[in-house]
Ligand binder design. Structure first.
Ligand code: ZN
Length: 245
């Protein structure tokens, strides 16, 4: 599968870069995973959004969904051939009001998931783990069934041990690394050393740090993750726009 980073900041866009949004592609199937603020424009630079096959939302915080509403209008208003006349949108059902908003006329349709769901979206098998965050949020494990490669996205979460079990053996772990090591508790995102520890405990091939802070040295953030990750290579989402998994 191919991963393209549409935005990587937590909370709000900054310096011309948007918040969480990722495009996953395999064998011509296009899945957007979260569509945060200022991510629709970079998506349009890469592909015609009408060629999307689906949208997956990990939770309903605005920095993961802000551009989804305008994608719904695009589906309604823009002329052109849609690959999917009714676009499937995978979202959790633990937040019924936000889940209901995924369905919009005959243009987009919410498809619910919960912690025990298994969803086949084109070549991708999606499984989920509810995280620890102020609103219902789910880590997602994406297995490309054409070649067995696995990408795990922690989505937004504080540290808890089950994350490593869920990410076991992944080819790539993308981790919410919003905080430096010295961030005091309570916190609702991972620190860099926590992201490194999960990667090590899970034995992943590569760790991608994302949901990054706007302030502070990202190279310091990466080094802090290295201190717990052992020999696992660590990438910053800010240094990447295309990754092959
Ligand atoms: Zn969040």
């Amino acid at each position: 599968m191919e991963l393209r980073i549409l935005g990587y900041y937590g909370g709000y866009p900054d310096n011309g870069v948007g918040t969480s949004g990722y495009l996953l592609t395999s064998g011509g199937y296009n899945l957007v995973m979260d569509l945060g603020s200022s991510t629709l424009l970079p998506l349009e630079q890469i592909m015609d959004p009408l060629q999307l096959d689906g949208v997956l939302l990990t939770h309903y915080h605005h920095d993961h969904t802000a551009d989804f509403g305008t994608l719904q209008y695009l589906w309604q208003l823009r002329p052109g051939d849609k690959k999917e006349p009714v676009l499937p949108v995978y979202g959790n059902t633990k937040d019924p009001l936000n889940f209901a908003a995924l369905t919009f006329g005959n243009y987009t349709k919410g498809v619910g998931y919960a912690g025990d769901s298994v969803i086949q979206a084109g070549p991708f098998k999606l499984t989920f783990l509810e995280t620890e965050h102020p609103v219902p949020a789910f880590a997602v494990r994406v297995e490309d069934t054409t070649d067995g490669k696995v990408l795990v996205n922690t989505s937004d979460t504080r540290y808890f041990p089950k994350l490593a079990e869920f990410a076991k053996g992944a080819d790539m772990l993308m981790a919410d690394t919003n905080f430096f090591a010295d961030k005091p508790k309570p916190r609702w995102h991972l620190t860099a050393p926590e992201a490194g520890q999960i990667a090590k405990d899970a034995g992943v091939q590569t760790l991608l740090l994302t949901h990054l802070p706007q302030n502070g040295s990202l190279e310091t953030l990466r080094k802090q993750a290295e201190q717990t990750a052992g020999n696992i290579p660590i990438l910053l989402a800010s240094d990447q726009d295309y990754l092959r998994i």
